[in-house]
Design a protein around this ligand. Structure first.
Ligand SMILES: C[S@@+](CC[C@H](N)C(=O)[O-])C[C@H]1O[C@@H](n2cnc3c(N)ncnc32)[C@H](O)[C@@H]1O
Length: 211
């Protein structure tokens, strides 16, 4: 029995590796020396939605290994900064101020205590919890991260600020969408081409924070 479970896990990680290395976005990310294929999701969102402008500051929640920070930092030059945080470490990057820590704990207080956060006009969260495969654990954890990111965005964003958040379609999705709609004038669901079709992952983009 134990052997069968191990074999199943081995086969599924083998097929994940096969899919990963034949993926065109993984290849492009490697060629362009990007930190991950997630870069292309944000690039596509920016091309369609124009959320970043030169001079603004951006808060990147769940930033590691750093491709969203890498892309956003490019869009907001000159003068803009990305303030990034993650539980995991992240290699330094120009125009990105990184804080290591858990957003459910004290890292946000560290950020607010040490830098000026008054010019943040986009809060983006690509956070995802460690998936256990047990829906009763994974769904509440995911929703908790979405709602924590929403609370942070409501706290820091000025009028007309935007909030971009990763979420999984399924239980809890409609409730989160409704909660986000209470605070923003324009809210939509986006499935970037670089997001695996087989994944329930989508992004909610909320524009124009209501004050
Ligand atoms: C999909 S990755 C983000 C990829 C990133 N957007 C990029 O482009 O490189 C999700 C990240 O969320 C982080 N994360 C999950 N829960 C978190 C939490 N409570 N606080 C901070 N970071 C968290 C994970 O450590 C992981 O690095």
């Amino acid at each position: 029995m134990k052997f069968m479970i191990v074999k199943k896990r081995y086969n599924s990680s083998k097929s994940w590796l096969r899919k990963h290395f034949s993926d065109k976005y993984v290849k492009q990310a490697h060629e362009k020396k990007l930190r991950s294929r997630a870069y292309f999701k944000l690039e596509e969102i920016q091309k369609k939605e124009k959320i970043f402008y030169p001079g603004m500051d951006v808060l990147d929640l769940g930033s590691s290994p750093g491709s969203w920070s890498q892309y956003a930092a490019k869009c907001i030059q000159p003068h803009g900064y990305v303030i990034a945080c993650d539980i995991l470490p992240m290699k330094p990057m120009i125009n990105v101020k990184f804080f290591q820590g858990d957003i459910r704990k004290t890292v946000l207080q560290d950020i607010f205590n040490s830098i000026d956060t008054t010019n943040i006009q986009v809060v983006m969260s690509d956070m995802a919890p460690n998936i256990s495969g047990i829906p009763n654990i994974d769904i509440p954890n995911t929703i908790y991260l979405v709602e924590s990111a929403l609370k942070i965005s409501v706290k820091v964003l000025s009028d007309k600020g935007s909030f971009l958040v990763k979420i999984f379609q399924g239980e809890g999705f409609n409730e989160s969408f409704k909660k986000i709609s209470l605070f923003f004038r324009k809210v939509k669901i986006i499935k970037p081409n670089a997001s695996y079709l087989t994944s329930r992952e989508v992004y909610i983009l909320a524009k124009q924070r209501k004050l």
